[in-house]
Design a protein around this ligand. Structure first.
Ligand SMILES: *Cc1c(COP(=O)(O)O)cnc(C)c1O
Length: 486
């Protein structure tokens, strides 16, 4: 009987296809701004995704052609210079090569004694150096900020539960735990506390001040009140950069309060932790190094291709004790592959991808200083956009940019809120459908607005100028639909 393999019969043919893929990939990025930022898929492309399970193969050439036609043409758009929706990095080519090489090597980062595992530990240590956490901190690369926050909150919970919660479960916790965050906190914290078994009610949301930072007086009162009512305050979740507006909580003051109250200070730095490497903006996150744990996102301001997040934990032992289980089939050996620490003991996943290489290669290629300058550049660009918006009578700033996020809207005198919301929503959708730019929307202090988050190393000021011209043009023509404003 003939034995089979997934390797090609003819390596030379596969090499030819691979070279073509690389050439196409380089052209794809080189010419990214000549394509729409986003485009709707035609019906035949949608139908393509309903094709049934392939029973026999079509060969690699055919597969690649189908990917080019149906997939590569219809991206989300975040590698485009005018993509500013939600909060994403713009990727980078060297990082993509890193993902490719990681997959070729194929190592499983559950851990062990091999180069990939050491390289991941090095990247975690670089993240630690970037944020100034102490040398004996621990960490882990995870899928993104959501998992980084979850991992940190699990450690905080176990440390403050007051019982062996791993053995006994949350029902044995004597007094219900409380976690505190501003009402601007990312939704992943709610999900984390739900999954950890405490429920959303364990997350006490504190008001935000006029700059949308956590109100520390109200927080202090909330902690006292909860103690008096029989709750166990456990953890303050500081936002270093909120999704809505980029607001950064007062980290020094929160570190002081956490110390005085004996609480865990977790910093959700998915947006802002990396400000610590930006020469002109690092002052904004002063005190971050005092956290018990930090979540940060290399797939945002380090522009690593998705996905990669990083959790850092000051107390390495508490981190390990939250997750480590050593089954008989994963015991350490004195020599060989199993002679190093297992990375799976630091989180939920057992098999893990080689996410570190794409981060490592881009950092080595450019150096951390360049990434820091790019962060400063995005912040300057958001301020520039703020100036352009201020110059237009029909545009109104809803939340000014403190870092790289600006919220604004199109308005006309006398236009009511509901009309403004539909006009602005329509502007946002037309910008997408025309392929000009991708923005998202949000509501800040009850005001619906367009939101521009410039987390993009390809954005130029000319892109922002074009955005403002297009928004004004679309807004003017749309308001003609409403006779009172035409
Ligand atoms: C993006 C983000 C998250 C979630 O991170 P993912 O990488 O999307 O999982 C959490 N908190 C903040 C502040 C974020 O910006």
């Amino acid at each position: 009987m003939d034995e089979e393999t997934l390797d090609p019969e003819d390596w030379a043919t596969l090499a030819e296809l691979s070279h073509r893929i690389i050439d196409d990939a380089i052209a794809y990025l080189r010419e990214v701004d000549e394509r729409p930022a986003w485009q709707e898929m035609p019906d035949d492309v949608r139908d393509f995704f309903a094709e049934p399970l392939p029973v026999s193969g079509m060969g690699a050439d055919g597969v690649y052609d189908a990917v080019i036609r149906n997939v590569m043409r219809y991206p989300m758009g975040n590698v485009h210079p005018r993509f500013w929706a939600w909060y994403m990095g713009a990727g980078n080519y060297t990082g993509a090569l890193g993902d490719f090489l990681a997959a070729v090597q194929g190592s499983n980062l559950g851990g062990g004694n091999h180069a990939a595992a050491y390289l991941e530990l090095q990247v975690i240590d670089w993240c630690r150096q970037m944020t100034g956490m102490p040398e004996d901190s621990s960490g882990l690369l995870v899928s993104g900020g959501s998992m980084a926050n979850f991992t940190a909150l699990a450690v905080a919970r176990n440390v403050h539960a007051g019982v062996d919660v791993r053995e006994l479960g949350v029902a044995a916790i004597p007094r219900p735990l409380r976690f505190y965050a501003s009402n601007q906190v990312h939704s992943c914290h709610r999900k984390a506390l739900e999954a950890l078994g405490h429920g959303n009610s364990a997350l006490r949301q504190v008001s935000a001040d006029s700059e949308l930072r956590m109100d520390i007086e109200e927080l202090t009162d909330a902690i006292r009140e909860d103690r008096a009512a029989g709750f166990q305050p456990a953890c303050i979740i500081a936002s270093a950069g909120t999704v809505n507006t980029g607001a950064i909580d007062d980290l020094e003051a929160l570190a002081d309060l956490a110390a005085a109250e004996g609480l865990w200070l977790h910093v959700d730095g998915c947006i802002g932790a990396l400000l610590a490497i930006a020469p002109r903006n690092r002052w904004r996150v002063a005190g971050i190094e005092r956290a018990h744990s930090i979540a940060l996102d290399p797939h945002k301001w380090l522009h690593a291709p998705f996905d990669v997040g990083c959790v850092l934990v000051r107390d390495a032992r508490a981190h390990r004790e939250t997750f480590a289980v050593t089954p008989e089939y994963l015991e350490k050996t004195p020599r060989g592959i199993a002679s190093a620490n297992w990375l799976h003991e630091m989180g939920l996943q057992t098999s893990r991808g080689f996410r570190a290489l794409k981060v490592w290669m881009a950092l080595k290629e450019h150096g951390v200083e360049k990434f820091g300058r790019l962060i400063d550049q995005n912040i300057d660009q958001a301020a520039y956009l703020g100036e352009l918006v201020a110059r237009e009578g029909c545009l109104e700033t809803v939340a000014p940019a403190t870092i790289n996020i600006l919220c604004f809207r199109y308005r006309r005198d006398g236009m009511d809120d509901a009309t403004m919301k539909s006009v602005n929503t329509e502007i946002m959708l037309r910008l997408q459908e025309e392929g000009t730019a991708v923005l998202s929307d949000t509501t800040v202090r009850g005001v619906h607005c367009l939101r521009v988050a410039i987390n993009n190393h390809r954005t130029r000021r000319s892109d922002l100028k074009l955005l403002v011209e297009e928004v004004v043009g679309l807004g003017d023509s749309l308001s003609e639909r409403y006779p009172r404003y035409g």
